[in-house]
Write a protein that binds this ligand. Sequence first.
Ligand code: ZN
Length: 364
Amino acid sequence: MRWSWKIATVAGIPVRIHATFVLLLIWIFGSHLAGGQSVTQALKGVGLILSIFGCVVLHEFGHALTAKRFGVVTRDITLLPIGGVARLERIPEKPSQEIAIALAGPAVNFVIASVLVAVLSVQPTLDWNNPASLEQSFPARLLLINLFLAIFNLIPAFPMDGGRVLRALLATRLPYVRATQVAANVGQGIALLFGLVGLFGNPILLFIALFVFIGAGQEAAAVQMRSVFDGIAVSRAMVRDFRTLDSREPLSRAVELLLAGHQQDFPIVSGSGGDPVGVLARSDLLTALASGKTEVTVGEAARNCGVAHPADMLEDVFRRMQESGCSAVPVVEPGRGIVGMVTLENVGEFAMVQAALGRSRPRP
Ligand code: ZN
């Protein structure tokens, strides 16, 4: 995610903080001071927000560590003003695993809440029936917030946790794509309700509504895209007519070919055997030129994107490309060298053609 910094790495998972989150802290601090409160009170306000987000991070680690048990890697956890986001590299297709991962987050908040109840039970000064007394107590406020976090996340508005549970439950009876669409529609419906309530005085709810609405649409589209590739081999969707460049050739050669033809990404080969050593994408070529590196060879400007095999599944290769940020991957056949190339562009075209042909097989 852009505009975010890594603040720690826990259990191999980078924890990042988004710039807008820092703005939130400054705003909290400033609004306490502007309200005529002391610096100590302002710092207490910031401390409460930091504690809340500590709980949010633990919630996200609940998801991430459960996902890890099912062999799903978490790319990173990012803190935004509206909460945390754990980016899983993939979503497990077994509904029971998705349910476990989704429930693990709210479960963490319930655990924190019960620990706080234990802490509060030994505080004789606290009066549970007196809202003012609760408002004064830091652990009591944190307890209520954790209960709120757990219950709020369980609302079945996809892509929130409760929505993921709903999708997984639907997926036990419906094809996966259909289950996602239904869950996304329910999520967007709830988001509209949130938005309506948010309009009448709660701007944070409005933000969350927007987040849920966009998130639901995006996830439904991604699942739709995956279903188009389901069971299709790389050999069916690869480009067969393309040029390669020798790693020792100058960048100007790549510019010539880029301007002359329709090819944007070039597989780079090396040695007499023509072994693939990387891919020079148009964006990397332009970056190299813009930074004045006109003297370098195409081999030096290329990036390593791995290779694919004709029998590989298109879905897997596409996922690898998205994860590595590569716009193209050479397809290699043992003994024959590079026989094709998969690019984001031609994968997109392939998906459009498939969609136009109305091929929509349900997921097994
Ligand atoms: Zn969650």
